[in-house]
Design a protein around this ligand. Structure first.
Ligand code: GTP
Ligand code: MG
Length: 169
């Protein structure tokens, strides 16, 4: 088998990055969730990284999750070095987070030239945005946006498969 593919999972606070990696990893996940020091709508937040690994469609994948808060943006830069693919998670029920998601995407793609998909999380919630609307917002073809519940392994795997299709058409 060839060397592992380094993939980064990014996106705003609470988009589901840690959940996504926990749902997929076949090895014990390294996480760095700590009590949130400010009111971000939940008790714990990632302060450095998440790390998990899996084999999918014959590829060995290493998943690196970033923190969501932009005060940790130095970690976005560290984690994206050498990345071969990016999954940007965007919560489908929180349009107010879209500017933060766009900022993260610009931040990362201005530093590494990396293929990406958008994982539109929380699609199981009431009143969510459609993949087509998010594709329009980011000026992307709708194939680059996958709706999912990030806590569900099969849906998370489907999102990764879409990225692998982009990497190996
Ligand atoms: N219903 C639903 N809940 C989700 C989904 N994705 C994540 N969650 C829940 O949302 C909460 C936050 O998820 P996390 O995985 O911690 O989010 P994160 O992106 O790692 O957040 P930060 O590390 O703080 O930036 C958890 O309670 C998850 O169970 C989803 O697709 N659907
Ligand atoms: Mg997290």
């Amino acid at each position: 088998m060839s060397s592992p593919l380094k993939l980064v999972v990014s996106g705003p606070v609470g988009a589901g990055k840690t959940s996504f990696i926990r749902a997929l990893s076949q090895t014990e996940v390294v996480d760095t969730d700590a009590l949130a020091s400010e009111n971000i709508g939940k008790t714990h937040t990632t302060v450095a990284l998440d790390f998990g690994t899996l084999t999918l469609a014959g590829h060995e994948l290493h998943l690196y999750g970033t923190p969501g808060q932009d005060r940790f943006d130095f970690m976005w830069e560290v984690l994206c070095q050498g990345a071969l693919g990016l999954i940007l998670l965007v919560p489908a029920d929180r349009p107010r987070d879209l500017p933060a998601a766009r900022h993260m995407l610009d931040f990362i793609t201005s530093r590494v030239n990396v293929p990406f998909v958008i994982g539109l999380t929380r699609r199981d919630q009431p009143r969510t945005w459609e993949p087509q609307e998010i594709a329009d917002y980011f000026h992307l073809p709708v194939r680059q946006v996958v709706g999912l519940n990030a806590t569900r392994p099969l849906e998370a795997a489907r999102t990764l498969e879409r990225l692998l299709e982009l990497l190996h058409p």
